[in-house]
Design a protein around this ligand. Structure first.
Ligand code: PLP
Length: 226
């Protein structure tokens, strides 16, 4: 995956984006800002914009950013979860969104605290390249999980048409209801309004929150500042 950093983040832009999202998502949906492309020095701009909840994808980035900014933000872990990183991730985060392997469960068993809560990532679309527990294996997986499962997360296939994601979100909501789970972490920049309509409790936004609303080109943020 290309990791192109987003620099020159304008707090006013982020604040405006968040207000627009908040208006449409309502007060009950948590807006998590996905910060994998945000350099550590840019977090001040996020704080100024009123961001309080962020999600990181890699343990090392999480470590560094939580070390420096842990008193200003709540951190979640949203990336591919390597089991050997579980121990280092746990004390830094409120929630891991991406628990989906038995090796991760084994590490949770060893390192979690009594109040650790996690989300289970579900591969609703069945894409072979996607991480996640298959829907038909969810029952057993939750039963084997040594810590409290409080919700589900999914990443639908990449799309330019948000409606394409709707059946996957609806299915995730169904699965959460069947298991009496409170949290639904679903919806990114490409499809968050649809996710909200289908019951998302946490949406995870990168570019839609960080770049100017009329930005079409990937590098627009940089161009504006030069
Ligand atoms: C990067 C990322 C997001 C946000 O994606 P955008 O398209 O930038 O909104 C959400 N969830 C996960 C797991 C991510 O890695």
């Amino acid at each position: 995956m290309a990791r192109e950093l987003i620099t020159g983040i304008d707090p006013a832009v982020v604040r405006e984006n968040l207000e627009r999202v908040r208006e449409r998502a309502g007060d009950d949906v948590e807006i998590l800002i996905a910060t994998k492309y945000v350099p550590i020095d840019e977090f001040e701009a996020l704080a100024e914009a009123g961001v309080t909840l962020v999600g990181e994808n890699r343990q090392q980035d999480l470590e560094a950013k939580a070390e420096r900014w842990g008193d200003r933000f709540t951190f979640d872990f949203i990336g591919t979860l390597q089991s050997r990183k579980v121990k280092a991730i746990l004390p830094r985060v409120r929630l891991i969104h991406s628990v989906c392997t038995d090796s991760a469960l084994a590490q949770l068993e060893r390192h979690a605290s009594p109040d650790t809560e996690v989300l289970v990532q579900v591969n609703v679309s069945g894409e072979e390249t996607k991480a996640g527990v298959a829907p038909e294996e969810l029952d057993g997986f939750i039963a084997r999980c040594p810590v409290r499962v409080v919700g589900l997360m999914t990443m639908p296939p990449f799309t330019t048409d948000p409606e394409t994601s709707r059946p996957y979100f609806a299915r995730l909501a169904e699965l959460a209801a069947e298991h009496g789970l409170r949290h639904l972490s679903m919806g990114t920049s490409q499809d968050w309004p649809v996710a909200v309509e289908e019951g998302a409790t946490i949406i995870r936004l990168g570019s839609a929150a960080l770049r100017p609303a009329d930005s079409t080109s990937h590098n627009r943020g940089k161009e504006i500042r030069s």
